[in-house]
Design a protein around this ligand. Structure first.
Ligand code: URA
Length: 250
């Protein structure tokens, strides 16, 4: 008689046979796909368990990007075309943080590519800066809020670990918060934007300055002058931070 291994062990009274699912969870052989390797019931399942997911604060940039691309931490993932991590120099002096991707950003996968983005690029050019050259641009939330609405506090909280890790990895010399949502996400402050302008805040030792969101400036042209003042103030903060850190001029 030609018995299979399972039948033989059953004959010997050693049942059930356990197999490991891909997840590492042990299941009786009759519930497991045949393609998986057979192991004895006594084999410690923990040995075959997949590695625990890496903590967000230990992710490198490529892993962070992959995790953000697959993030389902809030319902914004349901309607997005793609998550928008950010764009620019990964060793920036300047980090600009906006609110969240709009319709065009959702399609292109890059922040600030619409009208507000053109204004932001002009603001950067006025400072002799450009996205990608000592500048990184990101957002408080990585997925487009439906109808381009302002992200809710819970959505920003769900997305915060990604932004927090971005800041840790980028280590910018200055952070400029564009609008109230970014101000709320990073400084956790809900005061009016007007009352926060012109002040130097800090996030983990990095100077932080608040200014108007470019989309607001498109609707309120006279406030562009105030935004320019804010950017000049941010540049002074950056230079002061550089001299405090002992950077030599040559
Ligand atoms: N507005 C933002 O706040 N972020 C973008 O990426 C685009 C528009």
């Amino acid at each position: 008689m030609n018995l299979s291994r399972e039948q033989m062990l059953a004959e010997m009274g050693i049942t059930p046979i356990w197999r490991l699912r891909e997840s590492g969870e042990a299941v009786p052989a009759d519930q497991a796909p045949d393609t998986l390797p057979a192991v004895e019931a006594s084999a410690p399942a923990a040995v075959a368990s997949p590695a625990a997911p890496v903590a967000v604060n230990a992710l490198d940039w490529p892993d962070l990007a992959a995790r953000v691309a697959n993030c389902k931490a809030c319902s914004l993932c349901e309607q997005r075309k793609q998550a928008v991590l950010g764009v620019g120099d990964l060793q920036p002096d300047w980090l600009f943080i906006g609110e969240g991707p709009g319709a065009e950003e959702d399609v292109k996968g890059e922040p600030f590519v619409g009208q507000a983005g053109k204004l932001l690029d002009n603001m950067l050019a006025a400072l002799d800066l450009a996205r990608g050259n000592k500048v990184y641009i990101g957002n408080a939330v990585k997925c487009r809020p439906p109808g381009n609405r302002t992200p809710e506090a819970a959505e920003m909280a769900a997305c915060w670990p990604w932004l927090e890790r971005q800041i840790e990895l980028l280590r910018p010399k200055i952070i400029v918060l564009l609008g109230k949502a970014a101000m709320h996400a990073v400084l956790h402050d809900d005061k009016s934007l007007a009352s926060m302008r012109g002040k130097r805040f800090e996030y983990r030792g990095i100077p932080v300055v608040v200014t108007y969101h470019p989309a607001y400036l498109l609707r309120n042209l006279p406030d562009k002058a105030k935004a320019w003042e804010d950017l000049l103030f941010a540049r002074r903060c950056l230079r002061e931070a550089g001299s405090v850190a002992g950077e030599l001029p040559f």
